[in-house]
Design a protein around this ligand. Structure first.
Ligand code: GSH
Length: 316
């Protein structure tokens, strides 16, 4: 197991006292430090780190053995769930699998730096490129209030994946006691998705408006075709979830962690969907990290924690 100290604005100190607006949260200057760790079942919590500006620390705990690589397989009993979650791929034609302007080409091996991971094919290397490195990146994570089973929310999540954005998700499942009332307080109605961008002070409802705003602000202004077909987009976003229609929509009693959980995921993955359904039902705020792995400068914590991409929050 490796551990890493990461810092968040102290947005969530208790369920009783969530921030009332995104601005409140991001205006604070102090940073709370939390420790994330890959969690073998026997792992015990580590002590929190101290100085706010200290660089992240990584050290395997005593006795940690890296997992032995295994052939890809779906866990026993999970096939139906994964197949159901994978339905989104044909219905949405893979929207949310690839970032803006993604393309691949085969190049000679010397065109890829030796320390950069790349698939090999017929003696050539696969070079991946995108337009994301030409796009503006938000300094602070965008905040989105939504729930997994909502087709309008799915559209916005797909755009987030296309733009490879870090987003702080506040789950709002039906009967969720914490963030639904907060949306009513901030925006005046309980309608989802609701987006707050602490970088620009913009807050808005309406999935299509949010998608356009994100494309204009953090993309090149273009909205993928599958997100710009009006009713067809919404219907296919609903069909994408039809096999798991009850998942990720209703609240399960839970304990709110003092800090958001961190997750590295993207909308096109059926495995990520299943994990997010659970996060939403438990109403657990989670910071979703971008995954653009072929751009070292853009990967942030992903590379730092790469041996443990599923690393979850461990409270201090
Ligand atoms: N036109 C809106 C429709 C959003 C909408 O109807 N969302 C539903 C959830 S799928 C909602 O907020 N329902 C009220 C509720 O869940 O309480 C949009 O595109 O964002």
């Amino acid at each position: 197991m490796a551990t890493a100290a990461l810092r968040f604005p102290p947005c969530l100190s208790s369920r009783a006292a969530p921030t009332t607006t995104a601005a409140t949260c991001t205006r604070r200057t102090a940073s709370a430090t939390l420790r994330v760790a890959a969690q073998p079942e026997s792992a015990s919590a580590s002590a929190p780190t101290s100085t706010p500006d200290a660089p992240p620390e990584f050290s395997p705990p005593a006795g940690f053995a890296p997992p032995v690589p295994k052939r890809f397989a779906v866990k026993d009993g999970q096939l139906a769930s994964v197949a159901g979650a994978a339905l989104a791929l044909p219905f949405r034609l893979g929207t949310g699998l690839f970032v803006l302007g993604y393309s691949v080409s085969l190049v000679s091996a010397d065109k890829i730096p030796p320390d950069q991971y790349s698939l090999e094919f017929l003696g050539l290397k696969v070079k991946e490129t995108s337009k994301i490195d030409q796009c503006r990146r938000p300094e602070k994570p965008i905040e989105i209030y939504e729930f997994e089973g909502c087709p309008f929310c799915r559209k916005v999540r797909e755009m987030v994946s296309v733009l490879d954005l870090d987003v702080l998700f506040y789950p709002c499942p039906q009967k969720g006691p914490t963030f639904r009332p907060k949306v009513l307080e901030m925006g005046g109605k309980k309608q989802f998705p609701y987006m707050v961008d602490p970088n620009t002070g913009v807050a808005m409802y309406e999935s299509d408006a949010i998608i356009k705003y994100l494309a204009d602000t953090y993309g090149d202004g273009t909205v993928p075709i599958m997100l710009s077909l009006g009713l067809f987009t919404t219907i296919t976003a609903g069909l994408a979830m039809i096999w798991r229609v009850w998942k990720g929509s209703s609240y399960t009693v839970s304990k709110l962690p003092p800090q958001p959980i961190e997750i590295w995921a993207y909308e096109g993955s059926p495995f990520c969907k299943i994990a997010r359904e659970a996060l939403v039902e438990l109403e657990l705020p989670h910071l979703l990290h971008r995954l653009c792995s072929w751009q070292p400068q853009a990967t942030g914590n992903f590379q730092e924690t790469w041996p443990f991409p599923g690393a979850l929050y461990r409270g201090s």
